[in-house]
Design a protein around this ligand. Structure first.
Ligand code: BG6
Length: 483
């Protein structure tokens, strides 16, 4: 990548920047994947100097090896400004111009909105009003990265889109969902479409149900202010989990490129049935971990859920009648993200009177990344008895190359102008159409908020829901690659 790049990170002192963005840029730089000439403008409200910011930043970064940090940090300049209030944006314009003057050419400008989601729209307007959406003469058009959640409902997402397209064309807008950058998530394409054996059985004829889980052991930590306004449904289910569901269920794209992939994903998201009030009552769960109300910056009578579950159906001939259980929660017993596909149990005449086992495919997104197929095998011995066994592909043992972090991959794609792992405007809006009725019903208390103990696998109401359907939770029981 030869063209110079300049990143402007709004919200540079925030959790996301410290936890994910700076570590990813540092890692790319160490692998020589940033262009020889690049700059990072770290923008936030606190009045730091360059020196102070460069010094304190590494203390907060979640990375192990900080060797060569100073060399990298020489490319970071701190700019105190407030993008929501349009304060000091002139400094940013001057900074960009100065850098480009020093290069004698234009750089690819990349704006990263790592600010609170409720100020995205104002921030985009500020950029436009300060002409920051314009390119340097003869230069490439700036690109803008918008974090999730993109809006808090359909209306606000549409309004944010209107503001964005006032200043930026669609091919300049990168709506990020970092789950799409995870190696294991990208492998769903290879697994499903590069192996002939799965596609013929990938339908309601063979598949009984699907469970998509993102469990986290951490609580809200220092993100109380953001989280209390957001909740598990908007933070994870509306984006990460619906995207995973779409990848599992979509038809094969014609080509491995943005337009093709997004069209197929959109086809699925559009076909997800919008739940009726009675389906919301029986098919969703909202819960809060005990002790949440005592966390920093949480309203004392908060009704925000830290656990969300919904059962969804895709109204297409291929998926008719197959329930997809999507669930996520914080402060659970462990961290795991997986997609588990349960196959139908056949009446095996041969094994009449014996306990049989349905097949499962586990796509383990994290940790212990890999894919497992659970089969029934004959238990060694003189009688014919069946037992479930695992056949596994594990990243750790199959490859000795480390997996790049999702943000490394996605930031590289923004620099390269590749949007295939980013969300489209339509997909986001369609996802809100599924979530809005649930949020509305929850607001009316149609589904009471229950609680759960930290360190468990969630509320009893979630266990009851799946039990009523005659099923059980498969994650983390079917966790694979435990070596
Ligand atoms: C983010 C959410 O999108 O994903 C966080 O805002 C969550 O609340 C995080 O902790 C989880 O990401 P990962 O990559 O650790 O699974």
């Amino acid at each position: 990548m030869a063209n110079p790049v300049i990143f402007v990170i709004f919200g540079a002192t925030g959790n996301l920047a410290k936890k994910r963005i700076f570590p990813a840029l540092f890692a790319l730089w160490k692998q020589n994947l940033l262009p020889p000439k690049f700059k990072i403008a770290a923008a936030a409200r606190t009045p730091f100097t360059n020196q102070v910011f460069r010094k304190i930043l590494p203390q907060h970064l979640e990375i192990e090896n900080k060797e060569r940090w100073d060399e990298f940090a020489a490319n970071i300049d701190y700019l105190p400004l407030d993008v929501a209030r349009d304060f000091n944006l002139k400094d940013l314009s001057l900074f960009l111009d100065d850098f480009e003057k020093s290069l004698g050419s234009c750089a690819q400008r990349i704006f990263y909105m790592a600010v609170a989601p409720d100020i995205f729209e104002k921030a985009v307007d500020t950029l436009g009003k300060n002409n920051l959406h314009q390119n340097c003469a003869h230069g490439k058009k700036p690109r803008i990265i918008i974090e999730k959640p993109f809006g808090r409902d359909l209306k606000s997402a549409q309004s944010l889109n209107v503001s964005l397209i006032k200043y930026f064309a669609q091919n300049q807008i990168y709506r990020i969902d970092h789950y799409l950058g995870k190696e294991t998530v990208q492998n769903i394409f290879a697994f499903r479409f590069a192996n002939e054996i799965f596609e013929p059985i990938w339908s309601n004829q063979y598949i009984e149900s699907v469970q998509v889980t993102t469990a986290e052991a951490i609580g809200v930590e220092t993100r109380g202010e953001f989280y209390d306004k957001t909740g598990a449904m908007r933070d994870i289910l509306q984006n990460h989990l619906i995207q995973l569901m779409a990848l599992v269920a979509m038809d094969a794209p014609e080509k491995f490129e943005a337009a093709s992939i997004n069209a197929k994903k959109l086809g699925i998201i559009k076909s997800i049935r919008k739940l009726s009030a009675s389906e919301i009552k029986t098919g969703t769960v909202r819960a809060q971990y005990e002790g949440y109300l005592l966390e920093e910056k949480i309203s004392p009578d908060s009704q925000t859920e830290t656990y969300a579950l919904t059962k969804l159906f895709i109204d297409t001939p291929r998926w008719q009648g197959v329930p997809f259980y999507l669930r996520t929660g914080k402060k659970l017993e462990g961290k795991v993200t997986s997609i588990i596909i349960q196959f139908k149990e056949k009446d095996h005449k041969l094994f009449e009177g014996q306990k049989t086992f349905p097949n499962h495919i586990t796509i383990q997104i994290q940790p212990n990344e890999g894919i497992g197929v659970q089969l029934a095998a004959k238990k060694p011995g003189l009688s014919m008895e069946l037992e479930p066994v695992d056949m596994e592909f594990c990243y750790k043992t199959s490859f000795d190359t480390p997996q790049p972090e999702a943000y490394e991959r996605l930031l590289l794609d923004v620099m390269l102008g590749d949007q295939s792992l980013f969300m489209s405007e339509e997909a986001i809006e369609e996802a809100w159409k599924i979530i809005d009725p649930i949020e509305e019903a929850w607001n009316k208390n149609l589904v009471p908020l229950t609680t759960y103990k930290p360190g468990t696998w969630g509320p009893k109401t979630a266990d009851d829901l799946i039990k009523k359907d005659g099923r059980r939770w498969l994650a983390p029981i079917l966790t694979i690659c435990k070596i």
